[in-house]
Design a protein around this ligand. Structure first.
Ligand SMILES: Nc1ncnc2c1ncn2[C@@H]1O[C@H](COP(=O)(O)OP(=O)(O)O)[C@@H](O)[C@H]1O
Ligand SMILES: [Mg+2]
Length: 589
């Protein structure tokens, strides 16, 4: 990207960020009025110096002298009040922006396609929600405050200076381009380092999160030193980048001070060495000097504006990139109320964006409504991928998936997902009660009998009833307070409770012992009688009763048929079955 394009992009980003102020223009207007008032009161300090000198000291007027303290107090009070209103209303707008942007980001996040999540670390995304948004808002409101209040103060003071002595003031103004140039050079630096600081915050979160989630592995495998080292690097990167910004930021003030100081010195020099110095009154001179000195502080602040704006641009870039990220594509217009559950895979080929070769290769099979189809095969052959395609997490590259006669591409994702339930290979539980994990996503009155049915069938009741709070027991983050098998039973209950016509069990009982597995299977069989069920299983004993078994190898179907047919075939299924039975001691040698 060329430098110019970057600059234009920055402006657009900043304007877009500022557009989030629009809904709150009322409060924002109040803030601006208060700022105008603050700038005016600031200037009236300088303006007051003139009559104080002329009428208080040079030609004393007793009545006016008595008035001076009151005048000062009045100006101070006005300043204090307007200052409060300005800060408060600006903060109000700022917090609103944080709220809005965060909400928008999250709302965008939950609709992003699975691909998006494959490529990013969760901690980085979380840090965008927490850190970047905060940066953006501070940058907007602070920059606006500085820009408006300080610009107004500078303008008002300059106005007063022009009124007092326009020639001197013009000399002063000549220094402005110098300051502006310095500020411009710093701009690029600020934005780049701000972006790197944001990234580094995400990096810190990423290392920390992995170490926290994996704490047992870290301990068992003695990974502490490794994690500490990784964290040190992420932490240090953040420090280094922050220091880079600090250097430029710290150099800004003195530089501006230097230029402004030089301008003031020149102005004083010219004022004193003018051919006819007597033409101005002492009051005018003191007031002019006062204004010149007072203008230093807002000018110094304005040097900071750029830094804030660049921070805002960097944050806006990250925020809007996420908000604009294309949502899960849903071109489907066909809605299916309740699917019959007839599923066809026709020559489906698929590869993940990152995989080298096809994960599924010309895969075709059909599931009749109400059938139980089992997928078996060694790990990595694409079983879970088939489930993901069926649920519309990814789209086939070639071929089509047909549900009840409709190409899945034309079926709206919402209605597809309403008709499907899945027990994923990795159990996903939310940090909530067992009950809420089971009825998750269900809108409407939860029927206790239906809940009970799911709870019984998945054998959740067996352990939940022994807990002090029963189904209202909190499971902890990712269900840490439960055993692996208990977690799996809850997610089975969740799938059963949903009562969808199509069910996918992806190694759903892998954490259960074979006795519990059999119990769960027998209990669920009743519930699944009229559902189309796709069972992915390692343990072949669980799928002996399936209507059809597909043996998958390298993304292709090697064999298919009923259990006894496949055994009779003496193919790979038969060999696999034999070795598993041997392992369990169910088959004599
Ligand atoms: N999100 C992903 N991104 C890239 N490759 C993936 C992804 N998920 C799985 N794979 C790859 O696809 C292949 C099939 O995976 P999967 O369907 O999970 O196998 P399994 O049969 O064990 O369920 C594997 O080689 C795996 O490395
Ligand atoms: Mg799998």
């Amino acid at each position: 990207m060329s430098a110019e394009a970057t600059a234009r992009g920055s402006t657009q980003l900043y304007i877009r960020l500022l557009s989030h102020v629009r809904p709150y223009k009322g409060v924002f207007a109040v803030a601006i009025v208060a700022m105008i008032f603050t700038a005016l009161t600031e200037t009236s300090f300088a303006a007051l110096l003139k009559p104080i000198m002329d009428r208080g000291f040079v030609g004393p007027e007793p009545d006016f002298i008595r008035l001076i303290p009151w005048l000062l107090i009045a100006v101070l009070l006005a300043r204090a009040f307007s200052g409060f209103v300005a800060s408060y209303s600006m903060a109000w707008v700022g917090r609103r922006i944080v709220y809005d942007l965060r909400q928008r980001m999250f709302e965008s996040l939950v609709y992003l396609p699975s691909n998006f999540y494959d490529d990013r670390s969760s901690a980085t995304l979380v840090s965008k929600l927490i850190y970047d948004v905060e940066q953006a808002s501070t940058a907007t409101t602070d920059a606006l405050t500085l820009m408006i209040k300080d610009t107004l103060t500078v303008i008002a003071l300059l106005g007063w200076m022009l009124y007092l002595d326009w020639q001197l003031t013009l000399v002063f103004v000549l220094f402005a381009p110098l300051v502006a140039y310095g500020v411009k050079i710093a701009a690029d630096k600020f934005r780049k380092t701000s972006e790197r600081i944001q990234d580094s915050v995400g990096g810190i979160g990423h290392v920390a999160k992995e170490a926290i989630i994996g704490q047992r592995v870290v301990k068992t495998f003695g990974g502490q030193a490794y994690e500490i080292d990784g964290f040190r690097r992420a932490n240090n990167r953040n420090r280094q980048q922050s220091m880079k910004k600090a250097v430029v930021s710290a150099a800004m003030y003195p530089m501006v001070l230097l230029f402004v100081g030089a301008a003031i010195a020149l102005v004083i020099y010219l004022a004193v060495n003018r051919p006819a110095p007597s033409s101005i009154s002492a009051g005018t001179f003191v007031s002019y000097l006062g204004a010149v000195l007072m203008i230093m502080s807002p000018l110094k602040h304005l040097a900071k504006v750029n830094e804030k704006i660049q921070m805002g641009v960097a944050a806006a870039n990250s925020i809007f990139t996420l908000i604009d990220e294309p949502q899960e594509q849903d071109a489907g217009v066909k809605t299916i109320d309740r699917a019959r559950g007839h599923i066809q895979f026709r020559d489906v080929s698929f590869k993940y964006p990152r995989s080298k070769q096809n994960v599924l290769e010309n895969l075709s099979f059909e599931i009749q409504p109400g059938q139980v189809i089992a997928l078996v095969g060694s790990s990595g052959t694409g079983k879970s991928t088939i489930a993901s395609l069926l649920l519309g997490f990814y789209r086939p590259d070639r071929g089509e998936i047909i549900l009840d006669g409709f190409d899945l591409r034309h079926v709206s994702l919402k209605s597809l997902r309403r008709n499907t339930a899945i027990v994923t290979q990795e159990t996903i539980l939310f940090d909530d009660t067992i009950r809420n994990n089971i009825v998750y996503g269900y809108d409407g009155e939860v029927s206790e009998s239906r809940l009970r049915q799911a709870v019984e069938a998945a054998h959740v009741a067996e352990f939940a009833d022994r807990l002090a709070h029963g189904l209202d027991t909190l499971v902890g983050e990712q269900g840490v307070r439960l055993s692996g098998g208990q977690r799996q039973r809850i997610s089975i209950a969740r799938a059963l409770f949903k009562n969808a016509p199509i069910l996918v069990f992806d190694e759903a009982t892998s954490s259960l012992d074979s006795v519990s597995e059999r119990l769960v299977r027998e209990a669920t069989e009743k519930l699944l009688a009229d559902r189309t069920t796709l069972v992915i299983a390692h343990r072949l004993s669980t799928i002996e009763h399936a209507d059809r078994i597909l043996v998958l190898e390298g993304g292709r179907i090697l064999e298919s048929g009923r259990h006894h047919e496949l055994i009779a075939n003496k193919g790979s299924y038969a060999r696999l079955y034999e070795s598993q039975m041997l392992g369990q001691g169910r088959l004599a040698v």
